[in-house]
Design a protein around this ligand. Structure first.
Ligand SMILES: Nc1ncnc2c1ncn2[C@@H]1O[C@H](COP(=O)(O)OP(=O)(O)OP(=O)(O)O)[C@@H](O)[C@H]1O
Ligand SMILES: [Mg+2]
Length: 364
């Protein structure tokens, strides 16, 4: 069953089309992330669902009921904001109790619920403090607690972790995932952080300029991006533009500045003469010293000569920047290995990749 369903929902601000008419749904119990660059319409979409912004067109359904015209309070949704939005003059206890008091719950039941929910976000001892006596991460947990305390069926999160440092953010990501799994609450999260989207989501809605670019699982989005925009927004992408020379079934031959390249064409239907983009992920590129004899094992038989400009150590992997002879820069990622040291900076190198790791996708 769909928890949320949007049909042709759009929003215009004067001349700005903040959201083009879009359709999508979130299933019950799912964790879906709205991901996209600044200004792509993520907050607008979340606010339209929450009832804080009226859509210019379209309909919104929650559990099959049309709530397009319902006020925010009647939608039964919880919302966690980026800036915590805790009430500064109230204690943590009162902040969390607030939505329950509004609902006229008996006092002892409120006390029990607040205690439970503070245990759940692992802050059992801070009920009597004020928000300003807490760290950013603790305030974030309190806003989450205030949201889950009244058991909403759906929680909307607008960049809730944006203000936290990397370590705390990763910890909170795990925490939110744990609560999601334990409580079975449907969650719709907004972020512009691709790592957060990849690690937390069942599905990602990738947005670009008010449109939905692609809706897919993290794995699909990384492995089979539909467009060059999607390929470069998720992970690092080597993009090579070219023209289709031949396309049959799931294989294509594409004419590029690097020569005629073989490519996998599973998701792209472009035919002869059309402009396309080829995607090769950094971890799929093999790099060897220029003295290596060509291997040709499953490759195009083409090896691309270049110069190693830079190598960056990223823990267990090393990222190399290679300038090819024609001027194009490619990113190569390899496991760090003491047994197979990388060539020196400035050394001539040869790159190649397997045709199945070179994907033909739509040009933007
Ligand atoms: N109240 C408003 N009045 C006019 N234009 C607005 C308003 N709210 C948003 N916009 C415009 O709508 C577009 C989408 O804005 P939105 O806040 O949804 O983006 P976002 O994806 O959340 O970006 P960010 O990552 O920066 O938060 C932007 O061009 C923005 O300037
Ligand atoms: Mg926003």
């Amino acid at each position: 069953m769909n928890m949320i369903e949007l049909k042709q929902v759009s929003r215009r601000y004067g001349a700005v089309q903040a959201l083009a008419p879009l359709d999508f749904s979130v299933k019950q119990g799912e964790f879906v992330t709205l991901l996209g660059p600044s200004g792509s319409g993520k907050t607008t979409l979340l606010n339209v669902i929450a009832g804080m912004v009226n859509p210019s067109s379209g309909q919104i359904f929650v559990r099959g009921v049309d709530i397009t015209k319902a006020p925010p309070s009647a939608r039964g949704l919880g919302m966690v904001f980026q800036n915590y939005a805790l009430m500064p003059h109230m204690t943590v206890f009162d902040n969390i109790a607030f939505p329950l008091r509004v609902r006229k719950m008996p006092k002892d039941e409120i006390a029990r619920k607040v205690k439970d929910v503070l245990d759940m976000v692992r802050l059992p001892d801070i009920a009597q403090r004020k928000p300003k006596e807490l760290s950013g991460g603790q305030q974030q947990r309190v806003s989450l607690a205030r949201c889950i305390v009244y058991n909403p069926a759906l929680i909307l999160l607008d960049e809730p972790l944006g203000a936290l440092d990397k370590k705390l953010r990763e910890q909170m990501q795990l925490e939110i995932r744990r609560l999601h799994a334990e409580l079975g609450i449907t969650m719709l999260n907004v972020t512009h952080d691709q790592d957060e989207a990849l690690s937390m989501s069942d599905r990602i809605v990738l947005m670009n300029e008010g449109r939905v670019e692609q809706i897919a699982t993290p794995d699909e989005l990384y492995r089979s991006p539909r467009t060059a925009f999607a390929a470069s927004f998720i992970g690092t992408a080597n993009l090579i533009s070219g023209t289709v020379e031949h396309h049959a079934g799931e294989r294509a031959l594409v004419s590029t500045s690097l020569g005629m390249l073989r490519a996998a064409a599973t998701a792209c239907t472009a035919s002869r003469g059309e402009s396309v983009t080829l995607l090769v992920r950094p971890e799929s590129v093999r790099m060897g010293p220029a003295s290596d004899s060509p291997t040709g094992d499953g490759a195009d038989g083409l090896r691309h000569a270049g110069t190693l400009e830079d190598s960056i150590m990223l823990g267990s992997v090393v990222r190399h920047h290679v300038r090819l002879t024609g001027g194009m820069q490619m990113v190569v990622q390899q496991q760090d290995s003491r047994r197979r040291p990388a060539p020196e900076r400035g050394a001539p190198v040869l790159l190649d990749w397997a045709p199945e790791d070179c994907q033909m996708i739509l040009q933007d």
